[in-house]
Design a binder for this molecule. Structure first.
Ligand code: ATP
Length: 314
């Protein structure tokens, strides 16, 4: 695993601008354990970084400021609640430097889409400001700061395919073949709140209406060591899917379009409402994307591949 691009980029403060590209994540396996007394669910997940990107650019400044373009303009606050600003403050506090920078966020990852866009932006900000400020923090320290910002943030520093445990913040790389997996990503109108989706799963489990929880990720991990996308497709699973479908029943129609068009797997990404479809190859992905577009059920459809690197300069 490499972090933040070439080591040269990280030696000493840069005058900027520093531009960092960061991917979205999907969960190839999302096993949700019971609710713990601390309010968290114990997770066992396999993260996978795909080629749908946000970009954070950092320039030297006298104060801390944030501008943005793309997905979520007008909806996403640019104040202290924004994960970009929170990441800047967290890094400045750890590195004991003033939190001064001019930041610009270019978003293509939809808000509250189940693709961890906010976490991705936090990871990108850490990498950009680490370079701009020349903090000299090692990757483990950066990952520790990342974990204070959100469960998915450490993974998005690294990217690739990785196992996440705890609440998802404890990540370790998965031994996988250097395969390129082809995906189609279908964006929906509006987001789904992650806490609400977990709440719905708890409700369904208490009422006995939730499907049986996933088994271990062993089949998935073995599929990742093979080359056959059909084997991978059969091993994908998401315990949050039933809850996302319960809150947004129309997503079942989107999944159906993928199934009927021959997707090797159709599933909700994380807490949804984004749906992802596994294709045999790029051409098959183009066919799936066309069927999904023609269905008129999706706000947008994009082909993507994985696994890709995490937050990186350049
Ligand atoms: P996850 O799967 O990690 O729960 P998600 O993909 O469903 O996330 P995000 O877009 O990552 O959803 O963010 C969820 C919420 O976080 C947003 O609704 C927004 O209120 C808040 N947020 C704060 N900063 C950001 C940011 N830079 N980008 C997106 N959301 C942000």
């Amino acid at each position: 695993w490499t972090l933040g691009g070439d080591d040269d980029d990280l030696a000493g403060a840069l005058s900027g601008p520093v531009r960092v590209r960061v991917p979205a994540k999907i969960n190839l396996h999302l096993g949700v354990g019971p609710l713990r007394s601390d309010g968290y669910h114990e997770l066992h997940t396999v993260y996978h970084a795909i080629s749908v990107y946000d970009e954070v650019t950092a320039r030297a400044g006298d104060t801390l400021s944030l501008t943005m373009q793309g997905e979520g303009v007008g909806e996403l606050e640019l104040d202290d609640s924004n994960l970009v600003i929170r990441a800047a403050h967290a890094l400045a506090a750890t590195a004991k430097v003033p939190a001064h920078a001019r930041l610009h966020l270019r978003k293509t990852i939809p808000l509250a889409g189940g693709l961890a866009g906010g976490s991705a932006d936090a990871a990108a900000t850490l990498v950009a400001l680490d370079a701009l400020w020349g903090t000299g923090l090692g990757r483990d320290e950066l990952a520790r700061v990342a974990a204070t910002l959100g469960s998915d943030v450490p993974f998005l520093l690294y990217g690739g395919t990785a196992l996440g445990t705890g609440h998802g913040e404890a990540v370790s790389p998965v031994l996988a073949r250097a395969n390129r997996w082809h995906w189609v990503v279908a964006f929906a109108d509006g987001g789904l709140s992650t806490p609400q989706v977990y709440g719905e799963l708890d409700r369904m489990r208490a009422a006995g209406t939730a499907p049986a929880p996933l088994n271990s990720s062993d089949d998935l991990l073995s599929a990742l060591r093979q080359r056959d996308p059909a084997v991978l497709g059969a091993a994908l699973g998401n315990d949050l899917q039933a809850a996302a479908l319960s809150l947004r029943p129309a997503l079942a129609d989107t999944l159906d379009v993928g199934d009927k068009a021959g997707a090797l797997a159709s599933l909700v990404s994380g807490s949804g409402p984004t749906c992802v479809f596994l294709a045999r190859d790029e051409a098959h992905g183009a066919d799936l994307a066309q069927a999904l577009r023609e269905s008129g059920l999706c706000r947008g459809v994009q082909q993507a591949y994985g696994a890709v690197h995490g937050a990186r300069i350049g």
